[in-house]
Design a protein around this ligand. Structure first.
Ligand SMILES: [Zn+2]
Ligand SMILES: [Zn+2]
Length: 301
């Protein structure tokens, strides 16, 4: 399985258009890497690709990665998407892809996410032919839905609910299925990718899934609970926004200190000191043995 990081930033990207924080300025001057909004693409054969979330930066991400570009006068090697939640930075790219896919896209999400997202005019066409928007069963393996469906045929996929809330535009409701994570493996193989770019805390099912994964791509939105407040950027704490911080007491590093899985932090908010290779937060991640995702990062499982 080929796993390609298309984008590695939280909503807004790095730099964010309306932000002049240290990281955004650093990205503008080239001191730190630029990042688009987070998404992965996975493929078995390098021909058909499944997107894990579909960010508003999808058009630029396709142009930056030739295997996702069309091979005929009109077309796309992208066959479908798995969505973790209904946040606009995770599905806003659908609005860009609405012209595409003669055969349509197979979009999958939890029932809650489908209900919230398809109530929005920008996304509702994906619940109609030629597209289809399927509900992923929670805690059970997804079944193939016929020819051309790489889920079930080539990939074994299981979704499960993780602690989290619906998006701000839906009132941040705490519902089962508001946020899910995906376990993905090449059919018939044991190596397992866990995609969990958003979680408000690590409960037992999420801990088990992280421990069982070969590679776990996890929520790296915020390093500390109060970095938005401290930076004067937003009067909100990380957990108010549905994200467990990486550092500090009860943070992800502390919770996962006994886990042997290869961890890759993604969905980094531009306030996050981990973005700066000179920072002590960055050094702490490396000393832990974990990685920080970057746009263009590629793995093989
Ligand atoms: Zn996000
Ligand atoms: Zn910024």
């Amino acid at each position: 399985m080929i796993v390609r990081v298309l984008g590695s930033a939280a909503g807004g990207g790095v730099p964010q258009w309306n932000c002049a924080c240290k990281n955004c300025e650093g990205a503008r001057t080239g001191r730190i890497a630029r990042r688009t909004q987070s998404s992965l693409a996975v493929s078995i054969d390098g021909k058909d690709w499944l997107l894990l979330n579909c960010s508003p930066d999808i058009a630029a991400q396709i142009e930056a990665f030739a295997p996702l570009q069309p091979h005929q006068s009109r077309g796309t090697p992208i066959v479908g998407m798995l969505l973790t939640d209904a946040n606009v930075d995770h599905l806003g790219g659908l609005a860009t892809l609405r012209q595409g896919g003669a055969g349509g896209f197979t979009v999958r999400s939890s029932a809650v996410v489908r209900e919230i997202a398809t109530a929005q005019p920008a996304f509702s066409p994906f619940a109609q032919p030629p597209h289809r928007w399927l509900e992923v069963p929670l805690d059970r393996t997804c079944q193939s839905e016929g020819a051309g469906d790489i889920v079930g045929d080539e990939l074994t996929v299981r979704a499960f609910s993780v602690p989290g809330v619906t998006p701000g535009y839906d009132g941040r409701r705490r519902l089962q299925g508001a946020v899910v994570a995906y376990e993905i493996a090449e059919r018939g193989r044991d190596d397992r990718l866990l995609f969990a770019p958003v979680f408000a805390s690590i409960d037992d099912p999420l801990m088990r899934a992280i421990s069982a994964a070969t590679v776990a791509v996890v929520d790296g939105s915020f390093y500390s609970e109060d970095e938005l407040l401290a930076g004067g950027l937003l009067p909100k704490r990380a957990r108010d926004l549905g994200h467990q911080p990486v550092g500090g007491a009860g943070g992800t590093l502390e919770r996962l200190s006994a886990v042997r899985t290869h961890l890759i932090f993604t969905h980094l908010n531009n306030s996050n000191p981990m973005l700066d290779p000179q920072s002590s937060a960055h050094a702490q991640i490396r000393a832990f043995g974990a990685d920080i995702a970057y746009d263009g990062m590629e793995l093989r499982l």
